[in-house]
Design a protein around this ligand. Sequence first.
Ligand code: UT7
Length: 332
Amino acid sequence: MAYAAFRSIGAYIPPKIMTNFDFEKIIDTTDEWITKRTGIKERRIAENDINPSDMGAEASKQAIQRAGIAKEDIDLVICATVTPDYLCMPSTACLIASKLGLPPVQAFDVSAACTGFVYATSVAKAFIESGMKKNVLVVGAEKYTSILDYSDRATCFIFGDGAGAAIISATDDKEEAIIDVNCSSDGNYDDLIKTPGGGSKHPCSQEVLDAKMACIKMKGNETFKLAVKTLTSDVEIMMEKHGIKNEDIKHFIPHQANYRIISAVGKALGLNDEQTVVTVDKYGNTSAASIPMAMNYAYEQGKIKSGDMVLFDAFGGGLTWGSALFPFSPKS
Ligand code: UT7
């Protein structure tokens, strides 16, 4: 049987920074309030002519180079995004494959909001374990600033832009394989985080535009409570299933939505600050890109080494949630 090894990580961080002080100029808020309620100090903003496929392609180049494979060896491209370049088609994954100059290859997008990268990792693992694919490029790329309503002071300051990417490859060695990826959803909570307009239910119209229905709407406080509960129980199930203790986790990489959520979940799971990767202060919430951007940050800080046990934990619109447990396994 083939196993799936998590070989490399890369990211694209847009250079333009928007600080909390910049938000003080456009909405009724303060740096103090945002910092206290979320831990966010600043977020990155993609330029107008930079799209998720551009950011995803840049992150992918880094991941491919670090994996030490030829781009021609990639046989599947999956892009997790809810802010695709185009609403319906072509997929952002197709555009990334083209921007990387790949030969014709299977490519598609995954829509699972902030859990997207974990969902895409589960798909990559399944394709590899079934023997269908050998080298999967998994991308999380988002341009949330394109769906923000800058008059909604409860939501607009939370999100940012960016991309992360990983190479997941087939291996015979079970020791270096992804242990498990567990994903789930509950559509009964569809109203908590939503872009109500612009899809086929409420197609784009002047009315939809005027009501800013194509922008993200979030019931922040209700989402917050469910996020803490779900992110905690999700990991408890994963750890119990595999007999993993909290001290076995070297890097806990949660979705970066809010420092208070990260801290409450870490505390409930008995994970300390050393184990927990935090980038929400620097990048804000970048949805499907948040986990790979955070992993790349820790990697570039020299903190993530070969064989280190990594735990992803994500939660987002849908509702969706999921976790992934694996040893980081760059090719030696
Ligand atoms: O990524 C997907 C998952 N997403 C999440 O997990 C997001 C989860 N939610 C959150 O991070 C938090 O709920 C928020 C940061 C969005 C909001 O924080 P909160 O502590 O839940 O605040 P709240 O919505 O309960 O609002 C508290 C007060 C309200 O005023 P009143 O009614 O108490 O007078 C709001 O009007 O804060 C007010 N408020 C603000 N004040 C200053 C809301 N937004 C702002 C603002 N600046 N930007």
